[in-house]
Each structure stands twice: as C-alpha cells, then as structure tokens.
Design a protein around this ligand. Structure first.
Ligand SMILES: *[C@@H]1O[C@H](CO)[C@@H](O)[C@H](O)[C@H]1NC(C)=O
Ligand SMILES: *[C@@H]1O[C@H](CO)[C@@H](O)[C@H](O)[C@H]1NC(C)=O
Ligand SMILES: *[C@@H]1O[C@H](CO)[C@@H](O)[C@H](O)[C@H]1NC(C)=O
Ligand SMILES: *[C@@H]1O[C@H](CO)[C@@H](O)[C@H](O)[C@H]1NC(C)=O
Ligand SMILES: [Zn+2]
Length: 748
C-alpha cells in the first residue's frame, strides 16, 4: 500500500541523476520545450495522474457507445470486421498513436441458417408438431428490429433434428449427471435433455450431455436465475423477459479449433473439422416463454431440493411427457453451420521511451452476439476514450517508460479466438517482453460495485489505483466514501467478519481474453468490471447475450450519466500508467505466497485426509510454500537497497518480478488440456468460468473414489504432486539472487 509515495521518491531520484548526466529522455518524460515549461516535473508527479484522469470525458464514451451499437456486430461479418475495424483504426490514427496495426486470421466460426432458424417443439406420435418455440426474440423496441440480428443459437452446435423423451438435468453439471445416472438410473441414450443456464459454462453442459449419450440438449434461461420476483422485466426493468434468449458458444478449446497451439495464419496446417473436439450433438437455446411449455408437461419424479427454478410449475425429471402428451416426444430442429471467416484484431501502440521492448497490454473484444451495448461495447467505448486520453498526454510531451499496447479483439464470443490466435502467433515475444495484461470485457454490468480479479501479485496495485479514482456513486460520496476503493471495500469485502479486511479480489477463470495471456505465456493478468449485486442471486446480468442489450437499455437502466463508465476508464488508464511508468514494476511477489497458502488450505480441506491416507506427505507442500514466502520477502526487501540509478540493476530486478509468473508454466500442458500450461492457477476443469488452484493435482483427484484403478490413479496424483512442488521451488529460485542459482533442499 506504500507504493505510490515510494514511487515518488524513486522517480525523483532517477530524474535527478538523469538530468545531471544530461539524458532526460531516458526516464520517460519527453519535454516539448515550447509547450511545456514544467520540464523538471518528475514523471510520477500527481499532475500526470490527474491530467490523465481529467482528460477522460464521459460524453465521448457515450458517443462511442452509440456508434458501436448502431448495428448488430457479430464476429466474421462486415459490421464488425469492416465498419467497426475501420472506425477504431481511424480514431487511433487520428489520436496520433505511434502505430495502428490490424492482425487478420482465417478461423472457423458458426452461424444459424438464415431463413431457417433453429426451434424446438413437441411432436405427437402422428408427427404433428405443437408448442413450437419462437425462432426469433420478440422485438420490444423498434431499434431491435434490424435485419442483421442473428437469431438465437449456440455456436458450433452440430446440426440435426433429433426426437426423444425429454429429461430435465438442472444445470447440467457433472454432479447433476452423476446423480441422474447413479441415483435416478436415467439412461440418457436417445434422450433430449433440457438444462437451465447458470452455474457453469454452457460448453461444459454440452460436453456432459454428449458424454452421457444424449441425442440433443436444449438450454434455457430460468427466471430464478435471471429475474427477481416483484421487480418486473424488460422493458419495465433490466430483468430478462420471457422472450429473451441467451446466445453463446459451446466450444471448449480456446481459439480456432483447427489450429490448437498455433496461429491460424495462411501457412498454418488446418485440422479437418470432423477431427476437432466440437460438439457432436445439436444444442440450442430458448427463452422461458417456451421452456415452461415443455417443463410443465413432463412426467416422472419431482426434482430433488435445489433443482426447481422460478416457474410456477412442479419441476420433474422425466423421462418424457405425461398425461395427454405421454406418447409425444421432444423434437429439436438445429441447422447451425460452421463457416471459415476472416476476423481481425486491431492494435494500437505507444512506444515506450526507456524500455520499448516491455509491453503493458490493454484488451477488450469488439464482436457482440447482437448489439452488445454491455457485452462488449461498454468496454470498447471506454477503451476508445482511454486511448484518446493517453494521446492527449503524448501531445503534452509525456511518454511512458514502457510500451503501451491497446487491443481490440475479434471473435471473442466464439471462444476467445482473436486473442488466442494473436498470443499463439507472438508467444515468443510475449513470453519475454509482456509485463502485464489488463482486460475489460463488459465495463459496466451495473452500478453496484467495482469488481476486479487477477493474479494476486497485482492486487495491491489495483487497491491503490481504486483509492485514487473518485467514486461515481454520489450517494456513497455523501456518506464520506469518496473513492472507488471505499465502496468496493464496503460492498464486497474479502472477509466481512474481519474489520481489517481488504476488498474482495477474485481469481481468473476463462471467461474472457486474459485467458491465453495468463495460461499459455504466463503474463500477469487482471480482469475488471462494474458489477451488479451478487446478493441478488442471479447467474449473470439478466439481458446477457440477448437482443435487448441495446444502447437505450444502458442509458435507461445501467448508467444514464455514464459516470460508472468514466470511473472504469480512469481505473484502467491509471493501472496501465503505473505498470508502464513506474521504475520498479508494481508486482508484489509476497501476495503470490498468500495465494499459495489459500490454495493449500482449500486443497487440505477437500483432499488432505485421502492424500495422507494414500501415502502422500502433505506437509512437504506446505514446507515448499513457506520457502517461497521467504524468497518473496527477500526480493521485496531488496527493493529498498536497489541502486535505482543503475538501469541494468533495475532491469534485472524487474525481470525477476516478471519471471515469477513464467516460473509456474510447464512445457507440458495440463493433462487433457492443450494450451493450459500454468500449474498454479487454471480455469476449473468442470466449470471454465471458475478458477482452480493447483489444477494439475486437483484434476488428478477428481471423482477418484469411483475409479476401479486406485493404484494407477494414485500414482498419477503422486506424479502431479511432485510437479506442483517442482514449480513452486522453481518460482522461489527465480526470486533469489541470480548467482549462484539456488537449489532448495526439501526433506524427503
Ligand atoms: C450410467 O453411466 C454409465 C457410464 O456412461 C453407463 O454405463 C450406465 O449404463 C449408466 N446408467 C444408466 C442407468 O444408464
Ligand atoms: C474431412 O472429413 C470429412 C468427414 O469425415 C471427409 O469426408 C473429408 O474427406 C475429410 N477431408 C480431408 C481433406 O481429409
Ligand atoms: C401458480 O399456479 C397455480 C396453479 O395453476 C395457480 O393457482 C397460482 O395462482 C399460480 N401462482 C402464481 C404466483 O402465479
Ligand atoms: C474472517 O475473519 C474472522 C475474524 O477475523 C476470522 O476469524 C476468520 O477466520 C476469517 N475467515 C477467513 C475465511 O479468512
Ligand atoms: Zn464479452
């Protein structure tokens, strides 16, 4: 927490030295003698921070959002890949960035069939279809009536027209299927499952349904997960109306499924689509206006506690319908097709003055399922204005110490395709040169509380930044909570029963473009948003991926004054400025020790007893984590005695801080998980939106009791345990003095 004041001291001294040897430019403050009389100002001067923040204008954010959401802009089609790409390129060139470059990739996308959209229906024994689901979402506001709206579908679904008995599978988690299979003895073959959205990534629902032999899967949004009783629905509030449908992709692999590990550039070898891991069964989404028709007619036992949703019916497991529908089946008609398309990432660069080969990256995706006024254009609008504010600083003679890279990703909604292809193409540069990646996907879901997740070594940075940004919540300000940090701590403390708690700082799963940076090249990453109140119990912001995510919806229900968008732009800009301009990188290794401790505690809670019962000495891992903590404290303390006038020493020290995250990467990806190489943190295996600490080890023990090969499975656990210990020792060693290379001794 002492960082900012230390930086002032640090930078003042560097400035003094630099000026005295007559090379003022090396410290990153380019002065225009004519335009700037304040040549002596240290770069960490409050005025730089204040100028940057004050140059951000909320009206500009609103104007950008209006433009970006005029038309639906799905990936691979011209509204996104031509019109919006050109718009962003032109703006950034006009801002005077040093370079604006587009990176194209030919990738596999997926669309519903134009004019023959997907539906589901009840089919009687004589073949008559009834209760046909809406193929399109109802137009509620004329602005939604646009021929470019893509009808509801799940990307990469197989095509097909299966018929069968319906089975309700709750969220479709692996535990839900295990319960139905082992306790309810449901045979899933030739069944059409219906799962509600929520709890886990929809692609995992599809994987589980396929694994259990279902013929098809219907996904629907239950009011229990997207509405609050008594609060009304859109257009009277921001909750999901019965006709709203959540689109979304089902692909589990990141990036183009035909080029796992490598970029989809013209010289690439592309795997035959039939050989990829795309879903093999039809999957399509519906709204609850339709779901209730099928669920209310089901037979079989009532669902167990916790499986009922918010519809006024008795939820039943099935299989099949009852009463007059007993001989009817559920039918799906899915015509979704894969198509090869060109997508583009637009990147803008501001070259660093001292360390141009060190990159601080800011990323947001551009493509939306429909209008995308929240996802992602609320983030794109903020990105555009943040870039302009940086360009204002450039024009005033400021230049960051390290290079800034602004990224507008293509085809994120299709499984992080643009960012994954780019990280794959430039993995060598990023591995050695990238300092940090800061992601903003949706910038403002709601105005309740600022929310931030990432690697723990950047958490103090984010707390400090949040303390420096004025609170957009005027009611909170009037109660004395004047900064973003104050309301963050109040509404989202890490531990509400601890008076000295910090704000909640989450860990990263795999919901957006930070994934490959962290998981494949070990770049410390942050993801942030202004969030809704998690106490509402809803599964996402309600209109997520529906046609109702429009500009007017944002100005009516989310952020009418654009003050929360403004706060996000300021937080993003200031976090990036500190990462790019601070002489010593604001990466705090000690906090990684905290993460290791927490992961250890939860590992012991769940698996400690059975690990010890199978001959694993769990104290050894604890011992190694303690060695890491010692090394982290040592390097942190060294900062106090570092000769900041010596650029080589500073660079060497910063490189050690950067290397920490890379030390957790393995040349072998996690078992069964191509491209995920980080052995300390990964998206959870059974819920890609969630996070798992020690993923290699934890995955090796999943459902281990049910495995007949106990000996073989526990050998694999022991192997994973040793790999985990190796990585933590390896990280601790990188933090030590470079000479000699430290080998730790751990008891056997
Ligand atoms: C449960 O799943 C297993 C493995 O897929 C399968 O062999 C078994 O037949 C299933 N049980 C029932 C009752 O279908
Ligand atoms: C790709 O797979 C399809 C379906 O299995 C097959 O018909 C086709 O010949 C394959 N193409 C190549 C180039 O192997
Ligand atoms: C729920 O359904 C029952 C039976 O159809 C009906 O009597 C009751 O009024 C409904 N409740 C609500 C809150 O709609
Ligand atoms: C939360 O804080 C209380 C009070 O300090 C403490 O007893 C408890 O262990 C903490 N819980 C966690 C999960 O850290
Ligand atoms: Zn998004």
């Amino acid at each position: 927490n002492a960082m900012p004041s230390r930086f002032v001291v640090v930078l003042v001294s560097v400035l003094a030295v630099s000026v005295s040897i007559g090379i003022g430019v090396i410290i990153g403050y380019f002065s225009h003698p004519s335009a700037n009389s304040n040549v002596q100002a240290p770069i960490e001067d409050e005025s730089i921070q204040q100028k940057l923040m004050n140059s951000i204008n909320k009206e500009n954010i609103q104007t950008h959002l209006k433009f970006l959401t005029k038309k639906p802009h799905i990936a691979g089609r011209s509204n996104d890949e031509v019109e919006l790409v050109t718009y962003i390129e032109n703006e950034w060139k006009a801002n005077g960035l040093d370079n604006v470059v587009s990176y194209p990739y030919n990738v596999l996308l997926s669309y519903p069939k134009q004019g023959d959209s997907n539906y589901v229906a009840i089919v009687a024994a004589d073949g008559t279809e009834s209760d046909i689901s809406q193929r399109k979402e109802l137009v509620i506001d004329p602005e939604q009536n646009d021929p470019d709206v893509v009808d509801p579908f799940n990307a990469y679904s197989a095509a097909g027209e299966p018929e069968g008995d319906i089975v309700y599978v709750n969220y479709g988690t692996i535990d839900d299927f295990i319960y139905l299979n082992r306790t309810m003895l449901i045979d899933f073959h030739n069944k059409i499952c219906i799962a509600r959205y929520g709890s886990i990534f929809r692609g995992d629902k599809a994987k589980h349904a396929e694994q259990y032999g279902c013929a098809g899967l219907i996904l629907y949004s239950d009011p229990a997960n997207y509405c609050v009783p008594g609060e009304g629905v859109y257009p009277d509030s921001w909750y999901l109306p019965p006709t709203g449908v959540q689109r979304g992709n089902l692909k589990l692999a990141r990036g183009d499924p035909r080029t796992i590990d490598y970029p989809s550039i013209p010289t690439a070898w592309f795997k035959n689509v039939s050989e990829t891991s795309l879903p093999k069964i039809p999957v399509t989404p519906i709204g609850y206006i339709d779901a209730v028709k099928y669920l209310s007619k089901m037979g079989g036992p009532a669902v167990p506690a916790g499986w009922s949703g918010g519809l006024n019916i008795t939820y039943r497991i099935g299989p099949g319908f009852s009463g007059t529908y007993a001989s009817s089946k559920m039918k799906m008609s899915v015509k979704t097709e894969n198509e090869e398309k060109e997508i583009k990432n637009v990147m803008g660069f501001i070259r660093g003055s001292v360390e141009p080969d060190r990159y601080v990256l800011f990323g947001n995706h551009r493509d939306a399922w429909v209008f995308g006024a929240t996802d992602p254009s609320s983030g794109t609008a903020v990105l555009m204005e943040m870039v302009r504010s940086y360009s204002v600083m450039l024009k005033q003679g400021w230049r960051p110490r390290r290079t800034l890279v602004f990224c507008s990703w293509g085809a994120e909604e299709y499984g992080l395709i643009g960012s994954t292809e780019w990280v794959e193409e430039f993995q060598k540069q990023l591995l050695f040169r990238a300092v940090a990646y800061i992601n903003v996907d949706v910038s403002v879901k709601s105005s309740y509380v600022f929310s931030c997740r990432g690697v723990y070594s950047l958490s103090n940075l984010m707390f400090d930044v949040a303390k420096s940004v004025p609170n957009p919540d005027t009611a909170e300000v009037s109660k004395g909570r004047t900064t973003v940090y104050d309301t963050w701590l109040l509404r989202s403390p890490f531990n509400s029963s601890d008076p000295s708690s910090l704000p909640f700082f989450g860990t990263l799963g795999s919901g957006s473009d930070y994934t490959m940076f962290l998981q494949s090249v070990g770049v410390p990453a942050i993801d942030m948003t202004y969030d809704y109140d998690r106490g509402l119990g809803i599964s996402s912001y309600p209109l997520y991926h529906s046609v109702y995510e429009t500009f007017d919806m944002v100005t009516t229900y989310v952020d009418p004054e654009f003050t929360y968008h403004l706060a996000m732009a300021r937080i993003w800009a200031e976090a990036g400025r500190r990462l790019s301009d601070s002489v010593i990188l604001p990466i705090d290794c000690r906090l990684y020790g905290v993460y290791l401790d927490r992961s250890y505690d939860s590992l012991m809670t769940i698996y400690g007893k059975s690990m010890r019962g199978n001959g694993i000495d769990t104290d050894k891992l604890k011992e190694v984590i303690d060695l890491f903590a010692v090394a982290a404290n040592e390097i942190h303390d060294k900062e106090n005695t570092l000769d900041l006038s010596n650029d080589f020493l500073v660079r060497g020290y910063n490189d050690q801080l950067m290397q920490l995250e890379r030390a957790f990467l393995d040349q072998n990806p996690l078992p069964g998980r191509p491209v995920y190489r980080h052995y300390i943190t990964a998206p959870s295996q059974h819920n890609n939106y969630g996070n798992s600490g020690f993923p290699g080890l934890v995955d090796s023990m999943f459902d281990i009791d049910a495995d007949p090969d106990q000996v073989g499975r526990w050998e694999e656990v022991k192997r994973q345990y040793s790999i985990l210990i190796f990585h933590i020792l390896s990280a601790a060693s990188t933090l030590r003095t470079p000479v000699p290379i430290t080998q730790f001794s751990v008891h056997n």
